[in-house]
Design a binder for this molecule. Structure first.
Ligand code: SF4
Ligand code: FES
Length: 298
């Protein structure tokens, strides 16, 4: 099995053009020679590692999206192939880290907690949004295709710009507010067990943006609040401790033109959410709440 090691921009050959026009000093020549030898050693190491991986009994083939607008030669999007020795329990994130550490240190992706908590490594794996750290290699068919989240601007390789997603989240004021504080100065603001159960799933969001990326409506309407933001609004609008006045304000935010009514109940967000939040259900419930709040009885 052959392993393609991603080509890197060879600085020494780029510099060679300049060197033809100017006479290099002894120091320059020495530095150039050092660079050349380091590049050779690096290539040898990569080739050895690639051979080892290919010879290993069980390897997985990864096809990883590559793009870097700041490096000449990487501005044209492409896929690089990496062969990674398989280990039981290996996740897509493990395989990416192996590829980066072994073959190409410029391979760029976000990750932090490695346990489905920080939400930083949502990616498009074999055509579906996944958290890389929660996705077992053994459950995927090969070659495993790893791409950045669709419907977001790619910053570099697997990293996308999250600004728009965060803007939508902040638009629903994702923090607790109330005008109904208990009488005593130090009294705890209690929530009933039933109410806690009602909002429990909605509190699990880790801001990974997988749902937003999967949503056709969000893809066509940049102003649509999106499933994650509406779920966040649900989390607070349904919390009995906020009180009726604040709930009304929240309903006004989510029933605007680009709010809940844009949802066409396609369930794509619910399917991809790594925290199993019933997003579509929450959106439908908020639609009902919005209708109820606008009913007038004469
Ligand atoms: S609702 Fe689910 S998919 Fe969407 S951002 Fe939150 S955790 Fe991620
Ligand atoms: S690394 Fe934190 S959610 Fe995957």
């Amino acid at each position: 099995m052959s392993t393609q090691v991603p080509k890197q921009t060879d600085e020494s050959s780029e510099n060679a053009t300049d060197a033809e026009t100017t006479v290099p000093s002894k120091g320059d020549a020495r530095r150039e020679e050092k660079r050349r030898r380091a590049a050779e050693r690096r290539e040898e190491r990569q080739a050895e590692e690639a051979e080892r991986a290919a010879a290993a009994e069980d390897t997985v083939e990864l096809k990883v999206f590559r793009y870097d607008p700041e490096v000449e030669g990487k501005q044209e999007p492409r896929f690089d192939t990496f062969h990674v020795p398989f280990e039981k329990g290996m996740t897509v994130l493990d395989a990416l880290m192996y590829s980066r550490d072994t073959y190409d240190s410029s391979l760029t992706f976000r990750h932090s907690c490695r346990q489905a908590i920080c939400g930083s490594d949502a990616m498009f794996v074999n055509g579906t949004q996944h958290l890389a750290c929660k996705t077992q290699i053994s459950e995927l068919s090969e070659p495993i295709r790893v791409e950045p989240l669709p419907h977001a601007e790619v910053t570099k390789d697997l990293v996308v710009d999250m600004e728009h997603f965060y803007d939508q989240m902040h638009a629903v004021e994702p923090y607790f507010q109330t005008n109904e504080l208990p009488d005593g100065e130090l009294d705890e603001q209690r929530q009933t067990r039933e109410n806690r159960e009602k909002v429990k799933m909605s509190t699990r969001c880790i801001w990974c943006a997988a749902c937003m990326s999967s949503c056709n409506i969000a893809a066509g309407d940049n102003e649509y609040l999106g499933p994650a933001a509406i779920n966040k609004a649900y989390r607070f609008a349904m919390d009995e401790r906020e009180g009726e006045e604040i709930k009304q304000k929240r309903l006004e935010i989510i029933e605007q033109e680009h709010g809940v009514w844009r949802c066409q109940t396609q369930f794509s967000c619910t399917v991809v959410c790594p925290k199993d939040i019933p997003l579509t259900e929450h959106i439908q419930e908020l639609k009902r709440e919005a209708v109820k709040s606008n009913l007038k009885f004469w």
